[in-house]
Ligand binder design. Structure first.
Ligand code: C2E
Ligand code: MG
Ligand code: MG
Ligand code: MG
Length: 280
């Protein structure tokens, strides 16, 4: 009995594995097509400085207009793109697109900082610095307007190598931010040595503020620590006035979140930029 049951379990297991790997294969093929057929699009979420709540920049967030499944969010394809390595090409496309857009807004009179997310695989690519240099040159991007966001987990993976990589990027004049801060395990010694200018508090800590005393304590401490290290703080996922009030009191430098705006397409963002209609 045990034997046959074991066998059944094995069959179920392998069927599931097969299903998983074939889904992945389909997704990979579809992403290659998507790159060629321009099915990816960047959405932009505004970022505001505090306490004045002035629009100072945007974060570029990728979307995929899948021909059958409609608009897909990054969580449904970025992990597979990362595993297969396709993220490198997708990321190059995103960086180029974001730089072009920033320069278009600049030509309309709106000088906004553009934040672009880099995946772990991209960050560790030997050719990253060359790629970024090339894209900055080709798009005429003002490198001081570009910010690259890398997650805390990726930065801490090989912290010594991270320092040189960040220094190389910084020497091109781009800004660097630590994304999803608080979800990984940062060593304070390294935080001090990373040439980054901003730290983004993960939205899981913002969500239950001001009700949850632990999150209040964590966020307060993070802002204080960041400021002692001369880093600016961005709070992400701000959805309520009470959260904003708390972040104002604690001295967060910037905010982004649904309270102000969901991520929107380039046309909507252009309208917001031109009419200035994006304050709470
Ligand atoms: P992230 O960089 O931490 O981006 C913030 C995510 O929070 C975005 O999800 C954004 O839409 C969402 N968000 C913003 N404000 C709020 C809010 O008030 N409440 C809630 N509940 N959520 C909010 P999105 O667009 O689905 O992106 C998810 C993740 O995918 C990003 O997390 C980023 O890590 C990754 N990603 C997005 N675009 C790219 C890209 O071009 N390249 C790479 N490598 N990763 C990307
Ligand atoms: Mg999402
Ligand atoms: Mg980000
Ligand atoms: Mg984040």
């Amino acid at each position: 009995y045990a034997k046959s049951r074991g066998k059944n379990n094995f069959q179920m297991f392998s069927a599931e594995m097969h299903h998983k790997s074939s889904t992945r294969l389909v997704l990979e093929t579809e992403m290659r097509v998507a790159l060629e057929e321009r099915q990816f699009e960047l959405y932009y979420q505004p970022q505001y400085s505090l306490p004045d709540q002035t629009l100072v920049g945007v974060e570029a967030l990728i979307r995929w207009h899948h021909p059958q499944r409609g608009m897909l969010h990054p969580s449904s394809f970025i992990p597979v793109a990362e595993e297969t390595g396709l993220i490198v090409r997708i990321g190059e496309w995103a960086l180029e697109e974001a730089c072009k857009q920033a320069m278009e807004w600049k030509s309309l009179g709106a000088t906004l900082r553009m934040s672009v997310n880099l995946s772990g695989r991209q960050f560790r690519q030997e050719s990253l610095v060359n790629t970024v240099t090339k894209i900055i040159e080709q798009t005429g991007m003002d490198s001081s307007l570009l910010e690259l966001e890398i997650t805390e987990t990726v930065l801490m993976e090989d912290a010594e190598t991270t320092i040189t990589r960040l220094a190389d990027l910084k020497s091109m004049g781009v800004h660097l931010a630590i994304d999803d801060f608080g979800t990984g395990y940062s060593s304070m010694a390294y935080l001090k040595r990373f040439p980054v200018s901003r730290l983004k508090i993960d939205r899981s800590f913002i969500r239950d503020i001001p009700r949850d005393a632990d999150d209040v304590a964590i966020t307060t401490a993070t802002i204080q620590m960041a400021h002692s290290l001369k880093l600016e703080v961005v709070a992400e996922g701000v959805e309520t006035k009470a959260q904003l009030q708390f972040l104002l009191e604690q001295g967060s430098d910037m905010v982004q979140g649904y309270l102000f705006s969901h991520p929107v397409d380039a046309q909507h963002m252009t309208d917001m930029v031109l009419t200035g209609k994006c304050k709470v």
